[in-house]
Design a protein around this ligand. Structure first.
Ligand code: SAM
Length: 346
């Protein structure tokens, strides 16, 4: 018989028991996708075809789910998508989430990942609503190259204006994520190093993962962490920085003069599954325990059947327990996950 735990188990100190998977990893980080619509069609993510079917929950339902998760020890929530700034009611959701307290009574670490296209107008309202941090995805420091990747003319100027607006609003330090894709933007590594130093942003390079709608991914298309470090080193001597936390996904570097910060997230060549503290909620209310899961867990189904918060807690605990030990990218027999990135929430 499966073990069904009490909804909120208490330890001797009276604290609710945190979510722990069967490999002993504490789950403290939840990513919520608030829409799977996107206004960009990045070549490494979308097919560019029209006619996809999208699914979103009412804002109040994301909030209820988030509350239940926070009651189980979640300390960090990242809102994502699709493109989260397309979602009506986003600032209301941020305001409500920013009022939640962790099990220790502290403030929730509330972050957002966006393509930045609508950020110029949204940065201040998001800060006022209580957003703590922002990450902007930007895959080239060159207008033409960028538009070739996003397939949206004028996107570069919009995103740059969005980054400046976020900085002005005090959402600092802004992180800028760049997925490197061979043949598209691997020549941008040094340009991004200069960008980090000149614009006071943390740049993070992400290795391309097999999560695209099309079938583009090959190991050869991945620009590896080793290559990135070598390219940075040819620009200026790099210095490894200490990690901020054990579960940090990025390996951090600065330069010999301490100016600029570059993180490298290398899920393909240096997987960090052993320290993974994340679960994801898709925009249609399914839990995914790994980006590369072969199936979803229908939490929203429990809500639709009239489940109580205790039922949600039970479902979440049982799901989290099954979290995969690791992904199998690049191994013989690797199966692409059951959803692409835009329908999971990056
Ligand atoms: N629209 C928002 C954005 O652009 O940041 C949030 C969603 S997007 C799916 C989140 C992040 O996933 C982006 O930084 C994007 O570049 C990254 N991403 C998408 N597909 C990827 C892939 N196949 N491999 C690595 N990163 C990917």
């Amino acid at each position: 018989m499966p073990t069904v735990l009490d909804p909120i188990q208490s330890d001797a100190a009276g604290k609710a028991e945190r979510l722990i998977d069967k490999h002993g990893r504490v789950i403290a980080d939840l990513r919520i996708s608030v829409t799977d619509r996107c206004n960009y069609k990045c070549v490494y993510c979308r097919t560019g075809n029209e006619g996809a079917v999208y699914a979103e929950l009412p804002i109040a339902d994301y909030l209820r789910i988030a509350r239940v998760f926070v009651g189980l020890g979640i300390e960090k929530i990242r809102l994502t998508g699709g493109e989260p700034l397309l979602r009506r009611g986003l600032t209301d959701l941020v305001r409500e989430l920013s009022g939640l307290r962790t099990l220790d009574g502290g403030a929730l670490d509330l972050a957002l990942t966006t393509n930045g296209h609508l950020l110029e107008e949204m940065a201040e309202p998001l800060r006022d609503a209580g957003l703590s941090r922002i990450t902007v995805s930007m895959d080239a420091v060159d207008a033409e190259k960028f538009a070739r990747i996003t397939r949206v003319p004028g996107s570069y100027e919009r995103v740059r204006a969005g980054i400046r607006a976020a900085q002005k609003a005090g959402l600092k330090p802004v992180k800028v994520n760049c997925v490197l894709l061979r043949g598209f933007n691997e020549d941008q590594i040094v340009e991004f190093a200069r960008f980090s130093r000149d614009e006071d942003v943390i740049v993070r390079f992400i290795e391309f993962m097999p999560l695209e709608e099309d079938r583009l991914w090959t190991l050869a298309s991945v620009v590896s962490m080793k290559e990135i470090v070598e390219a940075l080193g040819r620009f200026r001597p790099v210095v490894r920085m200490a990690p901020n936390a054990a579960s940090e996904t990025a390996v951090r570097y600065t330069f010999d003069d301490g100016v600029g910060e570059i993180g490298i997230i290398a899920p393909v060549t240096q997987a960090f599954c052993g320290a993974c503290s994340r679960v994801r909620l898709t925009s249609d209310g399914k839990i995914r325990t790994c980006l590369f899961s072969q199936s979803d867990h229908d939490l929203y189904g429990v809500m639709q059947r009239g489940g109580s918060d205790e039922d949600l807690v039970r479902f979440i605990r049982q799901t989290v327990e099954q979290k995969e030990s690791r992904h199998h990218i690049g191994e013989p027999g690797f199966l692409k996950p059951s959803r692409s990135m835009v329908h999971i929430g990056g």
